[in-house]
Design a protein around this ligand. Structure first.
Ligand code: CA
Length: 220
């Protein structure tokens, strides 16, 4: 899952980035409103963390512009404490949830998981596809009840597929959602990670749909 982190306070941005990466996300950052607007218009993020008080262009304007342009990416708004009117304005501008600063990182991560899940129509934090289960809260993966140890890269790949059960996901889409913008992308590496992940899952769990991409299959 790829996130856009919009926050102009460098200390808070660095802390959030570290926690998000630790939680298994890839993160692009923007420190001002114009950069955020541009990234959100051009890159496919799974969710956005949006501070409202920003240089260049305020967060509410950025959000309205995205929504006016038809971007439906889930947005979690970060507001200053006691600015209740900002929360109202943020939700009305198209925000999906908000969090008042200061907040506990665990709450931020839980809200983020819920936003990403709901964007795919998934209600439960425990994702299952046949014999494979992924708990988005703990990051644990099991196959037929047995733990499956995954590298962070393999986990991100599986998590993306598990959020889209039954859908064919192209290599381009995977590349766009598993790497940040500044990462040296080579779509061949996706094949390498799919091959590694396949070896750790029950046979047939990841189907190749010729010419189109990959699909998770519910194998018993
Ligand atoms: Ca700010």
């Amino acid at each position: 899952m790829r996130l856009l982190l919009v926050e102009d306070d460098p200390t808070l941005r660095a802390q959030l980035r570290a926690a998000l990466v630790e939680a298994g996300y890839v993160v692009d950052e923007a420190a001002d409103g114009r950069e955020a607007l541009h990234l959100g218009e051009t890159e496919p993020f799974d969710a956005v963390l949006l501070d409202l008080g920003l240089p260049g262009m305020d967060g509410l304007t950025v959000l309205r512009r995205w929504r006016d342009a038809g971007r439906t990416t889930p947005v979690l708004i970060l507001t200053a404490r006691d600015r209740w009117h900002e929360k109202v304005a943020g939700i009305d501008a198209g925000g999906d949830d908000y969090l008042a600063k200061p907040f506990h990182i665990e709450e931020l991560l839980a809200r983020l998981r819920a936003l990403i899940r709901r964007a795919q129509g998934l209600a439960s934090p425990l994702l299952t596809c046949g014999a494979v289960a992924l708990d988005t809260r703990s990051g644990r993966v099991t196959a037929r009840g047995q733990p499956v140890p995954l590298t962070s890269h393999e986990f991100r790949l599986l998590a993306y597929l598990m959020h889209r059960p039954g859908s064919v996901v192209s290599r381009t889409e995977l590349t766009e959602h598993l790497y940040a913008q500044d990462h040296d992308r080579d779509s061949n590496t996706i094949e390498v990670f799919v091959a590694r992940l396949r070896r750790k899952l029950p046979p047939g769990a990841i189907e190749t749909v010729r010419g189109l991409g990959y699909r998770l299959a519910a194998v018993p």
